[in-house]
Design a protein around this ligand. Sequence first.
Ligand SMILES: [Zn+2]
Length: 297
Amino acid sequence: MPDFDFTQRFLFDDTDVRGELADLRGSYAEVLAKHPYPEPVAQLLGELLAAAALLVGTLKFDGLLVLQARSSGAVPLLMVECSSEREVRGIARYHAEQIPTDAGLRELMPEGLLTLTVDPAQGQRYQGIVELQGDSLADCLSGYFASSEQLPTRFWLNADGRRARGFLLQQLPGERLKDAEARAASWEHLVTLADTLTAEELLGLDNETLLHRLYHQEAVRLFEPLPLRFHCSCSRERSANALSSLGHADAEQLLSERSGLVVVDCQFCNQRYEFDATDIAQLFAGGGSEEPSTTRH
Ligand SMILES: [Zn+2]
């Protein structure tokens, strides 16, 4: 098993189905280290991280994939991003006093909506929305793909605070199996086997063992793992750009409301960017050419 976080594709030789597995430990630990979360919230956040890692593999361009789940319940927000550079970050908001110890998606996120945003570096932003129905985020995502008339796609997601795992099967356009009935039967067969997978297996096994356990009667080709890591994309420059976009007058007003120091906190990683009167003046001097130094972290 690689000692880094990764996704790994696989293909069935005799049918038109592809698969992918996500295995996040280090990046999941970093997300959980930024904020303390009760166990059920950490689980949901891990599942969404694994989902984003799987979905970013379907992006065919440079850009950002954002999964955002909102609800009226104890967990009003889960938000996860994965870039085409394969950098993930995530955050959850929750009402601590309302979190039962053993609650699932239904209890924690009633009246929920899951938004999937694909934000390419160049070109049109795309957004899809699905209701948070079903027992799990995996069910919701599978339902989203079913309703949006994309290629039939199924998700299995589990996380336990240490490891976040995702498993995806996707039916490809017919090349090997042309007969519609044979295609449907083959798809059903592979999905039915995947449905036997327990959370303990997904969270406990490496990919080779897992695929052998499910599909030892199929010819499966497993590809090289693709690394993935935690990275927060915030920077002083981005915070400065956000202040610039307010306009000079509003930025000055904000400065006076905040007693001469505007603080921009990154919600994802807690990094703090401070702007005093001199910084704000520089932001709006000479068309922004004297912007503060660009410190990435
Ligand atoms: Zn940050």
